[in-house]
Design a protein around this ligand. Structure first.
Ligand code: PRX
Length: 691
């Protein structure tokens, strides 16, 4: 059967399914996967109903998307509402720094609005009474839902409020909210009036919020008083208050802080208040009309800013524009999850990250989907909560991160098997490489061996999926993201930037532009060019390593730069280091990632205290606290390793390679240490490893 899927090699780098596949030990979707099976063939039944039923069909579409991207994407874009159609040129791009400034434009001149396409368009096509969002609160039994009609009403009221408070097209709005219904409402309201939203994950500290406020100078900050996650109550308004007061000391004062009263977590009366600046959402927003005209924007007008970590200290404001992002998130969502209008879709990501932007909010709503939004944590009240939610809403597509899969896997199958889960049809994974054993457990136990897993590789910068299975179209291998999405030409290059063919491993780049690509780093186009386009001129460099196996499948191997991926959260080592050295008793710090059974990677910090300061448990705690207050709890190091000195080259460069080996206890792999300015520091570090 697999042999029949083999396709001729027409394009360079064209995905092919090798005939060798037929020799692998395989099961057919529906059969349990044993630990020595390497391949899961789509069942005939699944493929027949799938949007892309075969590899041949995929190849036909893929080839067209590469050979004639303008017509491929125009056809798709035409299914959306445009007030005015884009100009002659669908895409204009220069991705080669040697040929001048990097620029990417899609559908330029086209006039549209993404909120209109998410809501009004779906309502006009008869889906007004369909549930847009099922909201599930932290406490079991606390829930709510909104139809597309109701969601539009709420969005319009907030959009009118924002307009009335001086927010105009192009202005920024910071949204610092947990997973309440109000979070996507706020994003859509901004989009409706052409304002640029910048959602800040509500786990970031006040200092991180200040950094973002200073960078994008929002007209309004939207937040809530508090949130309950599991048994913990987090007072978000306090964090916003201190961020706003610190920002105003730095010359950026935000005139308006709209605060949703989340009374299940905290009573209104207990909330600190600044008269004149603060307003309760529930007091002011419902006063506004449920009709709000759309601000029509150019496809290349900015839609949102999302800050993400890189290898240097300062977070980068990734800027996405409207038209290309809209088409790309909608299309990737549809195909990678084989979306059907009857699906109920749940993505466990928070809207504070790109996954929440593209695949909690925009992608699914553009398709008119019913989305589940969950406020709480997966282990509250117990480790079965996810499957309780799946059964409650009859979730058909469940999209999550490997770290969650691994943490649930540790608790045993019983938490899963006590629920039916029979509604599930497609599973998804994102955020970090999924190890084959977690993949197998997800497949066999959660999906009862009948749900394909879309392991989607992509990034904040890419806007949407880049390498992903299309369920039903080709066989899956546990742990592989498989093949490129339509319009994406991934290449693997060696250290010199030369493309490598066939079975290989190296640096993952992309050689063309796709509609969902970010257009710049806010306020710093030069950094955009140097970070992403100068390492390997002519290509977008992802920062990831990747290998391609003899069957053409892609296997992501993790970051090759100084970025650590902790539970799918991207954290720059430089950010953590600068948080540590901001502590008055810290002279120097070097941070590396080490493998972690559940989180994927954990943060391991080597710290040299200031001369004369002794190592102590108190100092350790206050260093960790320094990272919590500078960045957020999710970036706190798991280990502080005292370092009388750090291994440096004679020119003063820290040899992280050696630190990584010490941290992961691979002491026989330290390699050559003779080039160090002081090779003795290595011995000292090893001695101090367990202190
Ligand atoms: O290293 C890759 C990893 O997450 C990085 C992007 O992080 P961020 O911009 O925060 O976006 C996360 C959600 C898209 C990538 O450079 N990554 C993401 N998805 C995968 C992955 N690594 C392996 N497999 C994936 N499916």
């Amino acid at each position: 059967m697999v042999n029949n899927l083999t396709t001729a090699h027409h394009l360079r780098h064209e995905p092919t399914l090798s005939s060798r596949l037929s020799k692998l030990k395989a099961v057919i979707l529906g059969e349990p996967l044993a630990s020595d099976d390497d391949l899961i063939l789509p069942s005939r039944d699944f493929s027949q109903k799938a949007l892309v039923p075969s590899f041949e069909k995929y190849m036909e579409m893929y080839k067209r998307s590469i050979e004639d991207p303008a017509s491929f994407w125009s056809d798709i874009a035409s299914e959306f509402y445009w007030k005015k159609k884009w100009g002659q040129q669908v895409c204009s791009e220069n991705l080669d720094i040697r040929k001048g400034n990097i620029h990417i434009e899609w559908f330029k001149g086209g006039i549209t609005n993404i909120c209109y396409n998410c809501l009004d368009k779906n309502i006009e096509s008869g889906n007004g009474d369909k549930i847009a969002v099922h909201w599930e609160g932290n406490e079991p039994g606390l829930d709510d839902s909104l139809t597309y009609n109701q969601l539009l009403d709420r969005v319009c009221q907030l959009a009118n409020y924002l307009k009335d408070n001086g927010v105009k097209k192009g202005d920024s709005v910071i949204i610092y909210l947990p997973m309440l219904m109000e979070l996507p409402i706020a994003m859509l309201a901004c989009a409706r009036i052409g304002a640029v939203h910048s959602v800040v994950f509500a786990g970031f500290s006040a200092d991180s919020l200040v950094q973002r406020i200073i960078d994008c100078k929002p007209k309004v900050v939207i937040t809530c008083n508090a949130v309950k996650r599991g048994k913990k109550i987090i007072n978000l308004k306090d964090i916003v208050d201190s961020a706003l007061s610190e920002s105003s000391q730095n010359g950026i004062s935000v005139g308006s802080c709209l605060t949703y009263a989340n009374e299940t977590a905290m009573k209104k009366e207990a909330t600190k208040w600044q008269k004149g600046r603060d307003a309760w959402w529930q007091d002011v927003v419902p006063e506004y009309s449920t009709k709000c005209d759309v601000e029509w924007v150019d496809a290349e007008d900015p839609l949102f800013l999302l800050y993400t970590s890189g290898s240097t200290g300062k977070p980068k404001g990734v800027l996405h524009t409207t038209g290309g992002y809209m088409i790309y998130t909608a299309t990737t969502f549809k195909y990678a999850f084989d979306y059907k209008p009857s699906d109920v879709y749940w993505c466990t990501a928070d809207c504070g990250w790109i996954t929440g932007h593209s695949y909690v909010a925009y992608g699914p709503l553009l398709n008119g989907a019913t989305v589940v939004l969950y406020e709480g944590v997966p282990n509250y009240p117990d480790f079965g909560r996810c499957w309780d939610i799946v059964d409650k809403y009859k979730v058909t597509i469940f999209y999550t991160a490997p770290t969650l899969v691994r943490s649930l896997m540790r608790e045993g199958d019983e938490y899963v098997t006590r629920y039916s889960r029979k509604s599930l049809r497609v599973l998804g994974s994102v955020g970090e490489p999924i190890n084959p054993s977690a993949w197998r457990w997800f497949f066999n136990v959660v999906g009862d061996s009948r749900c394909p897993i879309s392991d989607t590789w992509w990034q904040t910068e890419t806007g949407g999926f880049m390498i992903t299975p299309l369920p039903g179209a080709w066989p899956q291998k546990p742990g592989s993201a498989t093949f490129p999405f339509f319009g994406v030409q991934p290449v693997i290059v060696d250290e010199k930037g030369k493309e490598i063919e066939g079975e290989c491993s190296g640096y993952l780049c992309v050689k063309n532009s796709w509609p969902g690509a970010f257009r710049t780093l806010y306020g710093d186009h030069e950094r955009y060019e140097t970070t992403y386009f100068s390492a390997f001129p002519g290509y977008y460099f992802s920062g990831d390593g990747c290998s391609r196996d003899e069957d053409g499948y892609h296997w992501l191997t993790g970051r090759v730069d100084d970025v650590i991926n902790v539970s799918g959260h991207r954290i720059g080592t430089a950010e953590v280091e600068s948080a540590l050295v901001s502590h008055p008793q810290c002279a120097e710090a070097a941070v590396v990632g080490v493998e972690h059974e559940v989180k994927g990677q954990s943060i391991y910090a080597f710290v040299t205290p200031v001369e004369g300061v002794p190592y102590s448990e108190d100092l350790r705690k206050s260093l960790v606290l320094s990272v919590r207050t500078n960045i957020g709890a999710f970036a706190a190091p798991d280990k502080i390793h005292w370092a009388p000195g750090l291994p440096k080259t004679r020119s003063g460069k820290i040899m992280r390679r050696i630190l990584r080996k010490i941290a992961s206890k691979q002491l026989d792999e330290l390699g050559d240490i003779s080039t160090l300015a002081d090779p003795h520091v290595v011995k000292k570090l090893i001695e101090l490893a367990d202190s």
